[in-house]
Design a binder for this molecule. Structure first.
Ligand code: FAD
Length: 389
């Protein structure tokens, strides 16, 4: 959607095919990082965006029974936005959709499930998609697969996925938030057999409960009681609301994996976001990475698209701009995931805790985790000139 907006503003005809009937999802990534807020600034949109309901996380913390350690202190960043805006993704995407509405050459079609690629002489020339009225074809100078971690476009493209970490699974659920609850941080509770994560969404807490990869059926058999018990033991201040988690259908499974395609493109086709590189929810990096991929596409591909032809080398440049940054952040996630798996094995998180404490004692390095979460290794910004569009 962000890429569609960037291209629409530059006069590139663009069609977004969305398989769902709207953007509303029970659980999805909801963090807008400083890099994204600065992008919105460049587009003159931050004022209106931040007028929408959201909360602000000024730090991320690791909490064990022994201690609380700030991992990333966003308040200490030097930029204009010293927090992560936590905004329901449906609100953000609907806002972008409204911004797209004035451009007659931009369309968003809901209920349009891409099923396959149209190919001619080895090049992708569009997609075949299913909708309520049957099956249609859409031809395009460039097809961008931005269809998430289980990308159908990726599967149809034959670009193989390289798995970097077996990952874990996360069960998400919501509990009401009280006015008196402390907020303003994203907290990962460690040290017990399951990690729990809490994000403040204003009127509710979004809670994640990590389980071993592939253990969903086993947990389902046991029902919600063990999860309620873990919640009460690990986050005692939420215990009064634990009874509200009463049915299995309140839980939503996120299958986490860290993976990437070696090559993001083929003639006529480019993969971005989770389709090119599924990431772990650790650090809440997925949306930021996907949006910066979109920025790289806007920088590199707008002119070729306006000329009507996208050479392979332009697609390669998008990957060159972005892949190394994604690779570095994924490497960090793989290490963090290993630690989480160790926690599942029963041990505690001494090593990262010690490492973090050390990092926070070195003035030059203290800001590093916050900076990496906020911007990535080096943020991909819009090329000069976009302010005028
Ligand atoms: C529960 C949960 C919590 C998360 N928490 C965070 C967080 O706090 N911060 C963060 O940055 N990231 C988080 N993530 C990850 C983040 O949501 C993703 O990394 C990010 O949304 C990737 O963006 P994307 O546009 O590549 O893919 P997606 O956001 O997955 O969007 C893909 C879209 O394509 C559509 N689609 C799929 N298949 C087809 C098809 N065949 N045809 C047409 N349309 C199709 C889908 O309906 C979807 O709307 C979380 C993810 C989940 C599930």
């Amino acid at each position: 959607m962000v890429l569609a907006l960037l291209w629409a503003r530059r006069g590139v005809p663009v069609t977004v095919l969305e398989s769902a009937s709207n953007f509303d999802r029970a659980f999805r990534g909801d963090t807008l990082h400083p890099a994204t807020l600065e992008l919105m600034d460049t587009l003159g949109l931050t004022g209106r965006l931040l007028a929408l309901q959201h909360t602000r996380a000024t730090c991320a913390r690791f909490i064990t029974p022994q201690r609380t350690q700030v991992v990333a202190d966003f308040a200490g960043l030097r930029g204009r936005y010293r927090y992560l805006a936590v905004m329901a993704q449906v609100r953000f995407l609907s806002f972008i959709q409204e911004e797209l509405a004035p451009y007659p050459h931009a369309r968003v079609i809901f209920g349009a499930r891409v099923e396959g690629l149209l190919e001619e002489a080895g090049a992708v020339v569009g997609v075949r998609y299913r909708h309520a009225g049957g099956v249609s074809e859409l031809r395009a100078a460039l097809t961008v697969g931005a269809d998430g971690r289980r990308s159908r476009v990726r599967a149809a493209s034959g670009l193989p996925l390289l798995r970097l970490s077996p990952g874990q699974d996360v069960l998400w659920f919501a509990l009401p938030r009280r006015e008196t609850d402390a907020g303003g941080s994203i907290d990962l509770y460690l040290g017990g057999p399951h990690c729990l994560v809490t994000t403040d969404h204003g009127e509710r807490w979004q809670v994640g409960y990590s389980i071993e990869k592939g253990s969903y059926a086993r947990h389902r058999e046991r029902g919600v009681e063990p999860i309620r018990r873990a919640l009460c033991e690990t986050i005692p201040w939420l215990a009064d609301r634990a009874p509200l988690l009463s049915e299995w259908r309140q839980l939503h499974l996120l299958s986490v994996e860290v993976a990437r395609v070696r090559r993001w493109y083929r003639p006529g086709l480019l993969l971005i976001g989770d389709a090119a590189h599924p990431v772990s929810p650790i650090g809440g990096l997925g949306i930021n990475l996907a949006i910066q991929d979109a920025v790289a596409c806007a920088n590199r591909l707008t002119a070729p698209l306006l000329r009507g032809q996208v050479p392979l080398r332009a697609l390669a440049r998008v990957q060159r701009d972005r892949a190394w940054q994604v690779a570095l952040l994924q490497a960090q996630q793989v290490v963090e995931e290993r630690e989480v798996v160790t926690v599942h094995g029963g041990s505690t998180l001494h090593l990262p805790m010690r490492g973090l404490r050390l990092l926070h004692r070195i003035p030059g390095l203290r800001r590093l985790p916050a900076y990496l979460t906020a911007y990535g290794v080096r943020p991909t910004r819009l090329a000069p000139g976009w302010e005028d569009t």
